[in-house]
Design a binder for this molecule. Sequence first.
Ligand code: AMP
Length: 217
Amino acid sequence: MSKYFTFIGPIAAGKGTQAEILCEKYGMLHLSTGQIFRDAINQETELGLRVKNLIENGFLVPDALTNEIVKEKLANIDLKKGFILDGYPRTINQVYELNKILKMFNISLTNAVLITVSEEETIRRISGRFSCAKCGHNYHDEFNRPKVEGVCDACGSTEFTRRKDDNPEIIKTRLKQYFSEIQPIIDYYKEEKLLIELEATGLSVQEVTEKLEGLLY
Ligand code: AMP
């Protein structure tokens, strides 16, 4: 049976990295709203122009626009493969809207997965992360370097990039925003008996993957 997960948790908890690994291994689709927005900014599309300032300053994109993007994305993928939503929903309104969207497609969420790390580790993780400029594959200076130095493991590109919103001031804004929105979301998924929690502080990428596999598959 197809599985539909959402990964929630603070920035740099490893949501994107783990979603990418698990989707590759289990043939699921990885839907990161942050990545959709970043791609739109890089390609200078109308959406990109609308969200550029908000994202680069660490603010959330308005719910209505974000929900619309998710709905459109789900309408254009093979839902039988299952998916992992990464970074969505991020407000309680998005939670309710996601329910409606999933209903439209006759599917329902399998689990909401809360991956947490300590604030100290969050800062350490964010300050070292970078990604392939071509395919978006995620790396970290300390924990997750390319197998061949300077060459992307996933696509062979030699160009890498660091996110503009991964700087100390913007990180503060993003963390504040996360903590102001997350509690009702956690409460809701707990109440619905959909929440799975994983404390990832101090664990390696591989250790977190193994734990998630044990919990989700
Ligand atoms: P992320 O890659 O998940 O850290 O997202 C990067 C940025 O994209 C966030 O700081 C927001 O500005 C925007 N964004 C991503 N997902 C959402 C969402 N579900 N709702 C609103 N804004 C979002």
